[in-house]
Design a protein around this ligand. Structure first.
Ligand code: PLP
Length: 379
Protein backbone atom coordinates (compact mmCIF):
# COMPACT_ATOMS: atom_id res chain seq x y z
CA UNK A 1 0.00 0.00 0.00
CA UNK A 2 1.28 3.49 -0.81
CA UNK A 3 3.19 5.41 1.80
CA UNK A 4 1.47 8.26 3.54
CA UNK A 5 -1.97 6.80 4.31
CA UNK A 6 -3.14 7.35 7.86
CA UNK A 7 -3.07 4.54 10.42
CA UNK A 8 -6.87 4.35 10.30
CA UNK A 9 -6.77 3.80 6.53
CA UNK A 10 -3.95 1.26 6.72
CA UNK A 11 -5.75 -0.78 9.38
CA UNK A 12 -9.17 -0.62 7.66
CA UNK A 13 -7.68 -2.29 4.59
CA UNK A 14 -5.20 -4.47 6.49
CA UNK A 15 -2.55 -2.67 4.39
CA UNK A 16 -4.57 -3.25 1.21
CA UNK A 17 -3.15 -6.71 0.62
CA UNK A 18 -5.09 -9.15 -1.54
CA UNK A 19 -4.45 -12.81 -2.34
CA UNK A 20 -2.60 -12.73 -5.67
CA UNK A 21 -3.52 -16.31 -6.58
CA UNK A 22 -7.31 -15.93 -6.29
CA UNK A 23 -7.63 -12.08 -6.23
CA UNK A 24 -9.54 -12.52 -2.96
CA UNK A 25 -9.97 -9.24 -1.12
CA UNK A 26 -9.72 -11.08 2.20
CA UNK A 27 -6.55 -13.14 2.39
CA UNK A 28 -6.85 -16.87 3.12
CA UNK A 29 -5.84 -18.42 6.44
CA UNK A 30 -2.66 -20.47 6.10
CA UNK A 31 -3.23 -23.32 8.51
CA UNK A 32 -0.53 -25.68 7.27
CA UNK A 33 1.92 -26.71 9.97
CA UNK A 34 4.52 -27.80 7.43
CA UNK A 35 5.77 -26.94 3.95
CA UNK A 36 7.04 -29.04 1.04
CA UNK A 37 10.66 -28.92 -0.05
CA UNK A 38 11.64 -28.03 -3.62
CA UNK A 39 12.98 -30.78 -5.88
CA UNK A 40 16.55 -29.64 -5.20
CA UNK A 41 16.12 -29.86 -1.40
CA UNK A 42 15.60 -26.08 -0.90
CA UNK A 43 12.73 -24.13 0.72
CA UNK A 44 12.59 -21.24 -1.74
CA UNK A 45 9.10 -20.08 -0.70
CA UNK A 46 10.58 -19.32 2.72
CA UNK A 47 8.46 -21.27 5.18
CA UNK A 48 9.57 -24.61 6.60
CA UNK A 49 7.39 -25.31 9.66
CA UNK A 50 4.58 -23.61 11.58
CA UNK A 51 6.33 -23.02 14.90
CA UNK A 52 8.91 -20.47 13.71
CA UNK A 53 6.67 -18.45 11.41
CA UNK A 54 3.48 -18.35 9.38
CA UNK A 55 2.13 -16.19 6.53
CA UNK A 56 -1.13 -15.35 8.35
CA UNK A 57 0.81 -14.33 11.45
CA UNK A 58 3.02 -12.13 9.25
CA UNK A 59 -0.09 -10.31 8.00
CA UNK A 60 -1.09 -9.39 11.56
CA UNK A 61 2.52 -8.38 12.26
CA UNK A 62 2.61 -6.11 9.21
CA UNK A 63 -0.52 -4.26 10.35
CA UNK A 64 0.72 -3.81 13.94
CA UNK A 65 4.12 -2.74 12.60
CA UNK A 66 2.50 -0.10 10.39
CA UNK A 67 0.35 1.20 13.26
CA UNK A 68 3.33 1.48 15.62
CA UNK A 69 5.86 2.66 13.00
CA UNK A 70 8.02 -0.40 13.77
CA UNK A 71 10.93 -1.82 11.78
CA UNK A 72 10.00 -5.37 12.81
CA UNK A 73 7.09 -6.96 14.69
CA UNK A 74 6.53 -10.34 16.31
CA UNK A 75 3.13 -11.71 17.25
CA UNK A 76 2.78 -14.18 20.13
CA UNK A 77 0.20 -16.52 21.62
CA UNK A 78 -0.51 -14.05 24.46
CA UNK A 79 0.59 -10.71 25.85
CA UNK A 80 2.36 -12.54 28.66
CA UNK A 81 4.38 -14.68 26.23
CA UNK A 82 5.35 -11.57 24.25
CA UNK A 83 6.58 -9.83 27.41
CA UNK A 84 8.34 -12.91 28.77
CA UNK A 85 10.09 -13.47 25.41
CA UNK A 86 11.46 -9.93 25.60
CA UNK A 87 12.72 -10.37 29.17
CA UNK A 88 14.32 -13.70 28.28
CA UNK A 89 16.01 -11.99 25.31
CA UNK A 90 18.02 -9.84 27.71
CA UNK A 91 20.19 -12.77 28.73
CA UNK A 92 21.30 -13.94 32.18
CA UNK A 93 22.09 -11.50 34.95
CA UNK A 94 20.37 -8.57 33.23
CA UNK A 95 19.08 -5.79 35.47
CA UNK A 96 15.57 -4.49 34.76
CA UNK A 97 13.65 -1.50 36.11
CA UNK A 98 9.88 -1.99 36.16
CA UNK A 99 6.86 -0.12 37.57
CA UNK A 100 5.59 -0.79 41.06
CA UNK A 101 2.03 -0.62 39.76
CA UNK A 102 1.59 -2.49 36.50
CA UNK A 103 -0.36 -5.39 34.97
CA UNK A 104 -0.47 -7.70 37.94
CA UNK A 105 0.37 -11.09 36.37
CA UNK A 106 3.44 -9.70 34.66
CA UNK A 107 4.55 -8.00 37.86
CA UNK A 108 4.13 -11.35 39.64
CA UNK A 109 6.23 -13.09 36.96
CA UNK A 110 8.96 -10.47 37.28
CA UNK A 111 8.91 -10.78 41.06
CA UNK A 112 8.54 -14.55 41.44
CA UNK A 113 9.84 -16.26 38.29
CA UNK A 114 12.32 -13.93 36.65
CA UNK A 115 14.94 -14.04 39.48
CA UNK A 116 15.28 -17.82 39.13
CA UNK A 117 16.06 -17.20 35.44
CA UNK A 118 18.85 -14.79 36.36
CA UNK A 119 17.02 -11.47 35.96
CA UNK A 120 17.41 -8.80 38.62
CA UNK A 121 14.33 -6.59 38.83
CA UNK A 122 13.84 -3.34 40.73
CA UNK A 123 10.28 -2.01 41.01
CA UNK A 124 9.94 1.78 41.23
CA UNK A 125 7.25 4.42 40.76
CA UNK A 126 8.09 4.97 37.09
CA UNK A 127 5.85 8.08 36.99
CA UNK A 128 8.60 9.65 39.11
CA UNK A 129 11.45 10.00 36.63
CA UNK A 130 13.88 10.78 39.45
CA UNK A 131 13.12 7.35 40.90
CA UNK A 132 13.77 5.76 37.49
CA UNK A 133 17.05 7.64 37.21
CA UNK A 134 18.14 6.48 40.66
CA UNK A 135 17.18 2.86 39.92
CA UNK A 136 19.12 2.43 36.67
CA UNK A 137 22.62 1.01 36.95
CA UNK A 138 24.66 2.18 33.95
CA UNK A 139 26.33 -0.80 32.31
CA UNK A 140 24.06 -3.26 34.15
CA UNK A 141 20.50 -2.16 33.43
CA UNK A 142 19.46 -3.74 30.16
CA UNK A 143 15.81 -2.67 30.10
CA UNK A 144 13.43 -0.11 31.53
CA UNK A 145 9.85 -1.41 31.32
CA UNK A 146 6.94 1.01 31.38
CA UNK A 147 3.19 0.60 31.25
CA UNK A 148 1.33 3.80 30.45
CA UNK A 149 -1.46 4.43 31.30
CA UNK A 150 -0.90 1.68 33.84
CA UNK A 151 -3.21 -0.83 35.45
CA UNK A 152 -5.34 -0.16 37.44
CA UNK A 153 -4.69 3.46 38.53
CA UNK A 154 -4.07 4.67 34.95
CA UNK A 155 -0.92 6.54 35.96
CA UNK A 156 1.10 8.16 33.20
CA UNK A 157 4.83 7.95 32.59
CA UNK A 158 6.58 10.38 30.26
CA UNK A 159 7.90 8.04 27.55
CA UNK A 160 10.15 10.61 25.90
CA UNK A 161 11.86 11.51 29.17
CA UNK A 162 12.22 7.85 30.18
CA UNK A 163 13.76 7.13 26.77
CA UNK A 164 16.40 9.76 27.53
CA UNK A 165 17.21 8.06 30.85
CA UNK A 166 17.41 4.65 29.16
CA UNK A 167 19.69 5.95 26.40
CA UNK A 168 22.04 7.62 28.87
CA UNK A 169 22.33 4.33 30.83
CA UNK A 170 22.83 2.19 27.71
CA UNK A 171 19.50 0.42 28.35
CA UNK A 172 16.51 -0.32 26.13
CA UNK A 173 13.10 1.17 26.83
CA UNK A 174 10.05 -1.07 26.39
CA UNK A 175 6.47 0.19 26.78
CA UNK A 176 3.37 -1.89 27.45
CA UNK A 177 1.01 0.24 25.39
CA UNK A 178 -1.98 -2.09 25.66
CA UNK A 179 -4.34 0.48 27.15
CA UNK A 180 -3.11 3.49 25.12
CA UNK A 181 -3.22 1.63 21.76
CA UNK A 182 -1.41 3.01 18.69
CA UNK A 183 -4.48 5.17 18.05
CA UNK A 184 -3.54 7.46 20.96
CA UNK A 185 0.18 6.86 21.61
CA UNK A 186 3.09 5.75 19.42
CA UNK A 187 5.90 5.00 21.87
CA UNK A 188 8.54 4.29 19.18
CA UNK A 189 8.13 7.83 17.84
CA UNK A 190 8.78 9.06 21.40
CA UNK A 191 12.08 7.17 21.64
CA UNK A 192 11.06 3.73 22.96
CA UNK A 193 12.89 0.72 21.56
CA UNK A 194 10.07 -1.80 21.89
CA UNK A 195 6.29 -1.61 22.22
CA UNK A 196 4.42 -4.51 23.77
CA UNK A 197 0.70 -5.21 23.42
CA UNK A 198 -1.66 -7.65 24.93
CA UNK A 199 -3.38 -7.91 21.54
CA UNK A 200 -6.11 -9.77 23.43
CA UNK A 201 -7.40 -6.31 24.31
CA UNK A 202 -7.99 -3.37 21.96
CA UNK A 203 -6.02 -4.63 18.94
CA UNK A 204 -8.30 -7.63 18.54
CA UNK A 205 -11.14 -5.88 20.30
CA UNK A 206 -13.78 -8.61 20.37
CA UNK A 207 -12.85 -10.68 23.44
CA UNK A 208 -12.37 -13.80 21.32
CA UNK A 209 -8.58 -14.05 20.89
CA UNK A 210 -5.66 -14.23 23.33
CA UNK A 211 -2.60 -12.75 21.61
CA UNK A 212 0.43 -10.54 22.14
CA UNK A 213 2.87 -8.47 20.12
CA UNK A 214 6.31 -6.90 20.29
CA UNK A 215 6.99 -4.05 17.85
CA UNK A 216 10.67 -3.04 17.53
CA UNK A 217 12.14 0.31 16.53
CA UNK A 218 14.99 -1.55 14.81
CA UNK A 219 15.27 -4.97 13.20
CA UNK A 220 18.31 -5.71 15.33
CA UNK A 221 19.85 -8.38 17.57
CA UNK A 222 17.20 -7.88 20.30
CA UNK A 223 14.39 -8.56 17.84
CA UNK A 224 16.26 -11.52 16.40
CA UNK A 225 16.73 -12.97 19.88
CA UNK A 226 13.02 -12.52 20.73
CA UNK A 227 12.16 -14.28 17.46
CA UNK A 228 14.52 -17.15 18.32
CA UNK A 229 12.87 -17.47 21.76
CA UNK A 230 9.41 -17.47 20.17
CA UNK A 231 10.55 -20.29 17.89
CA UNK A 232 12.36 -22.35 20.53
CA UNK A 233 9.62 -22.01 23.17
CA UNK A 234 6.73 -22.41 20.72
CA UNK A 235 5.14 -19.05 21.55
CA UNK A 236 3.71 -18.13 18.14
CA UNK A 237 0.03 -17.28 17.69
CA UNK A 238 -2.16 -19.81 15.89
CA UNK A 239 -2.94 -18.74 12.27
CA UNK A 240 -6.70 -18.78 12.81
CA UNK A 241 -6.35 -16.37 15.73
CA UNK A 242 -3.91 -14.26 13.72
CA UNK A 243 -6.62 -13.94 11.06
CA UNK A 244 -9.16 -12.85 13.68
CA UNK A 245 -6.64 -10.36 15.06
CA UNK A 246 -6.10 -8.79 11.64
CA UNK A 247 -9.86 -8.65 11.12
CA UNK A 248 -10.32 -7.00 14.50
CA UNK A 249 -7.70 -4.36 13.73
CA UNK A 250 -9.63 -3.19 10.66
CA UNK A 251 -11.98 -1.34 13.04
CA UNK A 252 -9.41 -0.47 15.73
CA UNK A 253 -9.57 3.27 15.19
CA UNK A 254 -13.38 3.49 15.33
CA UNK A 255 -13.67 1.18 18.34
CA UNK A 256 -10.97 2.85 20.38
CA UNK A 257 -12.25 6.36 19.75
CA UNK A 258 -15.82 5.32 20.61
CA UNK A 259 -14.65 3.61 23.82
CA UNK A 260 -12.55 6.64 24.81
CA UNK A 261 -15.47 9.03 24.22
CA UNK A 262 -17.66 6.82 26.43
CA UNK A 263 -14.94 6.63 29.10
CA UNK A 264 -14.54 10.43 29.14
CA UNK A 265 -18.28 10.99 29.50
CA UNK A 266 -18.61 8.34 32.22
CA UNK A 267 -15.57 9.71 34.09
CA UNK A 268 -17.18 13.15 34.17
CA UNK A 269 -20.54 11.85 35.36
CA UNK A 270 -19.04 9.45 37.91
CA UNK A 271 -16.96 12.30 39.37
CA UNK A 272 -20.24 13.76 40.67
CA UNK A 273 -21.73 10.50 41.93
CA UNK A 274 -22.42 10.38 45.65
CA UNK A 275 -21.34 6.73 45.93
CA UNK A 276 -17.93 7.37 44.31
CA UNK A 277 -15.01 8.75 46.30
CA UNK A 278 -12.56 9.04 43.39
CA UNK A 279 -12.45 8.61 39.63
CA UNK A 280 -9.11 7.63 38.12
CA UNK A 281 -9.00 8.64 34.44
CA UNK A 282 -6.16 10.48 32.67
CA UNK A 283 -8.66 12.66 30.83
CA UNK A 284 -9.79 14.36 34.04
CA UNK A 285 -7.90 17.62 34.75
CA UNK A 286 -7.21 16.64 38.39
CA UNK A 287 -5.65 13.27 37.46
CA UNK A 288 -1.94 13.37 38.40
CA UNK A 289 -0.94 12.25 34.90
CA UNK A 290 -3.25 14.61 33.01
CA UNK A 291 -0.56 16.98 31.72
CA UNK A 292 1.61 14.12 30.45
CA UNK A 293 -1.46 12.46 28.94
CA UNK A 294 -2.33 15.66 27.07
CA UNK A 295 1.16 15.74 25.55
CA UNK A 296 1.65 12.03 25.01
CA UNK A 297 -1.83 10.76 24.12
CA UNK A 298 -3.06 12.24 20.87
CA UNK A 299 -6.81 12.47 20.29
CA UNK A 300 -8.12 10.74 23.42
CA UNK A 301 -7.32 9.35 26.84
CA UNK A 302 -8.31 5.72 26.32
CA UNK A 303 -11.23 3.57 27.29
CA UNK A 304 -10.02 2.51 30.76
CA UNK A 305 -10.96 4.12 34.05
CA UNK A 306 -11.28 3.08 37.67
CA UNK A 307 -13.56 4.26 40.43
CA UNK A 308 -13.22 4.02 44.18
CA UNK A 309 -16.50 3.22 45.85
CA UNK A 310 -17.53 4.70 49.19
CA UNK A 311 -17.95 1.89 51.71
CA UNK A 312 -14.82 -0.10 50.87
CA UNK A 313 -14.35 -3.51 49.27
CA UNK A 314 -17.76 -4.80 50.30
CA UNK A 315 -19.59 -1.89 48.69
CA UNK A 316 -17.44 -2.15 45.55
CA UNK A 317 -18.11 -5.89 45.15
CA UNK A 318 -21.83 -5.33 45.78
CA UNK A 319 -21.88 -2.65 43.08
CA UNK A 320 -20.22 -4.99 40.56
CA UNK A 321 -22.84 -7.62 41.44
CA UNK A 322 -25.71 -5.22 40.66
CA UNK A 323 -24.89 -4.31 37.04
CA UNK A 324 -26.90 -5.84 34.21
CA UNK A 325 -25.51 -4.32 31.02
CA UNK A 326 -21.87 -4.07 32.09
CA UNK A 327 -20.33 -7.53 32.19
CA UNK A 328 -18.65 -8.56 35.43
CA UNK A 329 -15.44 -10.00 34.01
CA UNK A 330 -11.70 -9.51 33.89
CA UNK A 331 -9.86 -8.27 30.76
CA UNK A 332 -10.40 -5.05 28.83
CA UNK A 333 -10.52 -3.47 25.41
CA UNK A 334 -13.46 -5.36 23.90
CA UNK A 335 -16.52 -3.82 22.29
CA UNK A 336 -18.56 -4.72 25.39
CA UNK A 337 -18.13 -2.85 28.68
CA UNK A 338 -16.57 -4.77 31.58
CA UNK A 339 -16.52 -4.06 35.30
CA UNK A 340 -14.19 -5.76 37.74
CA UNK A 341 -13.36 -5.62 41.44
CA UNK A 342 -9.66 -5.61 40.68
CA UNK A 343 -8.28 -6.58 44.11
CA UNK A 344 -10.30 -9.83 43.97
CA UNK A 345 -8.35 -11.03 40.95
CA UNK A 346 -4.95 -9.61 41.93
CA UNK A 347 -5.01 -11.32 45.33
CA UNK A 348 -2.68 -10.98 48.30
CA UNK A 349 0.09 -8.40 48.11
CA UNK A 350 -1.59 -6.38 45.38
CA UNK A 351 -1.14 -2.59 45.61
CA UNK A 352 -4.67 -2.17 44.19
CA UNK A 353 -6.96 -0.29 46.62
CA UNK A 354 -9.65 -2.68 47.98
CA UNK A 355 -12.50 -0.31 47.07
CA UNK A 356 -11.47 -0.04 43.40
CA UNK A 357 -13.63 -1.09 40.46
CA UNK A 358 -11.90 -1.20 37.08
CA UNK A 359 -14.10 -0.21 34.16
CA UNK A 360 -13.38 -1.03 30.53
CA UNK A 361 -15.73 1.20 28.56
CA UNK A 362 -17.04 -0.49 25.44
CA UNK A 363 -18.72 1.03 22.43
CA UNK A 364 -22.35 0.74 23.57
CA UNK A 365 -24.67 3.75 23.88
CA UNK A 366 -23.21 5.79 26.73
CA UNK A 367 -26.69 6.58 28.10
CA UNK A 368 -27.33 2.83 28.58
CA UNK A 369 -23.95 2.37 30.26
CA UNK A 370 -24.62 5.30 32.56
CA UNK A 371 -28.13 4.16 33.50
CA UNK A 372 -26.83 0.70 34.43
CA UNK A 373 -23.85 1.81 36.51
CA UNK A 374 -25.68 4.69 38.16
CA UNK A 375 -28.38 2.26 39.32
CA UNK A 376 -25.78 -0.27 40.50
CA UNK A 377 -23.90 2.41 42.46
CA UNK A 378 -27.06 3.79 43.99
CA UNK A 379 -27.96 0.35 45.39
C1 PLP B 1 -1.70 -4.06 30.34
C2 PLP B 1 -1.61 -5.54 30.10
N1 PLP B 1 -0.43 -6.06 29.74
C3 PLP B 1 -0.29 -7.39 29.53
C4 PLP B 1 -1.35 -8.25 29.70
C5 PLP B 1 -1.16 -9.73 29.47
O1 PLP B 1 -1.77 -10.08 28.27
P1 PLP B 1 -2.44 -11.52 27.96
O2 PLP B 1 -3.58 -11.70 28.90
O3 PLP B 1 -2.83 -11.37 26.52
O4 PLP B 1 -1.37 -12.54 28.16
C6 PLP B 1 -2.59 -7.75 30.09
C7 PLP B 1 -3.74 -8.66 30.28
O5 PLP B 1 -4.68 -8.36 30.99
C8 PLP B 1 -2.71 -6.35 30.29
O6 PLP B 1 -3.89 -5.81 30.68
Amino acid sequence: MSEGWSARTLAAQALGRIDEETRALVPPIHLSSTFVRDADNQYRAGDVYGRPDNATVREAEAVIGALEGAAATLVFGSGMSAAVALFLSLGPNAHVVAPRVMYWALRAWLGNEAPSLGLRVDFVETEDLGAVERAVKPGETKLIWLETPSNPLWSLTDIEAAAGIARAAGAWLAVDSTSATPVFTRPLALGADVVMHSATKYLNGHSDVVAGALAFARDDALCERAGAIRKAHGLILHPFEAFLLTRGMRTLDLRVRAAAANAMELANRLSNHAAVSAVLYPGLPHHPGHDIARRQMRGGFGGMLSIRVRGGAEAAIATAARVNLWKRATSLGGVESLIEHRASIEGAGSPCPPDLLRLSAGIEDVEDLWRDIDRALSG
